[in-house]
Design a protein. Structure first.
Length: 341
């Protein structure tokens, strides 16, 4: 039976206990509750660690694993909303559509919250001074994936001359999507493809599938379709690094893979998003041609300031970061490729 990961109050004197992913303690008694949709997500684990690193000397932090279940996470969130010692909630939702009910609940107790990485609907953040969103700008991520692709092919004319594997005059690609209904999935996908079109490419999406940000699911997906499409694929665009790495895992199993040359020269370029530590390593090792950095360090700086301003009732007119949507702050992606290393 699942149990909410609670730590008794006598543990509050312990500091730097975050290595267990449970709690860290700061110099005051303000308690921050951090909810991650799943500890199994590589990127969100790094995001959680960064939050704890930046905040641990200021606040006590309790971290909750939602185990990819919104109903389970709801129980955790409601418990912390009702917990008087919890002063601020940081929430990486399992399902973004749960935001409306959560905002309504925190309004009744006047407790501030920040949603992370999974963006609520715009109307869910309207008419409240207690709820915010901080995350990446997925449109930027997709456009930068297109730029990295263009960097590799050096323009559509050069692609047709040197890289068009089936000589059909179009860029044939596989699009590996994240989670159905997730705003990053839809926008990264849309803008990576439209960005290539804007750069002059004629594009044919051979196949696409939702692989839920998961490396194993992506590997199995490519194994399923590869034999049919292997002579046509010019490019794989993935909504995140883990799924890109799943495709790489499969390709490295092929008999014609030569580890002495870059994987993208063996087969075709694969472009990811997030620049996780394992994603960056794959770029360095010349397996993934490039990725787009999800600038969570800047996002955590914004989160840190929002907590400070709200808990101290500082005037938001003096807040050092600019909103770019209703109660929302988005950061641009950063290109990471063979040419930027």
């Amino acid at each position: 039976m699942r149990k909410i990961k609670k730590i008794s109050t006598f543990l509050n004197f312990l500091c730097n206990f975050s290595s267990l992913g449970v709690i860290s303690c700061g110099s005051n008694n303000w308690h921050i509750s951090l909810f991650i949709y799943s500890f199994e997500d590589t990127f969100m684990s790094s995001y959680s660690n960064q939050i704890q690193t930046i905040l641990k000397d200021k606040y006590s932090i309790q971290v909750f694993d939602g185990e990819a279940s919104q109903s389970y996470q709801n129980d955790q969130i409601v418990s912390e909303i009702n917990n008087e010692s919890s002063r601020f909630l940081l929430i990486n939702l399992v399902d973004r559509l749960a935001a409306k009910t959560i905002v309504e609940k925190v309004e009744t107790v006047n407790k501030p919250i920040i949603f992370l990485n999974r963006e609520p609907l715009e109307e869910d953040l309207a008419n409240t001074d207690n709820a915010f969103y901080v995350g990446a700008k997925p449109e930027s991520d997709g456009l930068l994936q297109a730029e990295i692709t263009n960097e590799y092919f050096e323009g559509f004319s050069n692609f047709k001359e040197k890289y068009d594997r089936n000589q059909n005059g179009v860029l044939d690609l596989i699009l590996i999507k994240g989670e159905q209904g997730h705003q990053d999935t839809e926008n990264r996908s849309q803008y990576s493809v439209s960005g290539l079109a804007d750069l002059g490419y004629e594009i044919n999406v051979l196949d696409t599938r939702f692989c839920d940000w998961n490396r194993t699911i992506s590997r199995d997906y490519l194994a399923e379709i590869y034999e049919y499409y292997k002579d046509d694929i010019d490019l794989i665009i993935s909504n995140n690094d883990d799924m890109a790495l799943g495709a790489i895992d499969f390709l490295k199993e092929q008999e014609n893979y030569n580890p002495e040359i870059p994987l993208y020269e063996n087969f075709f370029p694969i472009i990811g998003v997030d620049e996780t530590s394992v994603g960056y390593e794959a770029v360095v090792n010349k397996e993934m041609y490039g990725t787009v950095r999800n600038d969570y360090e800047t996002q955590v700086q914004i989160i840190d300031k929002l907590i400070e301003f709200k808990l101290n009732s500082y005037p938001m007119e003096t807040f050092p970061y600019e909103m770019d949507a209703i109660n929302s702050y988005h950061t641009d992606g950063i290109k990471v490729s063979q040419k930027t290393l």
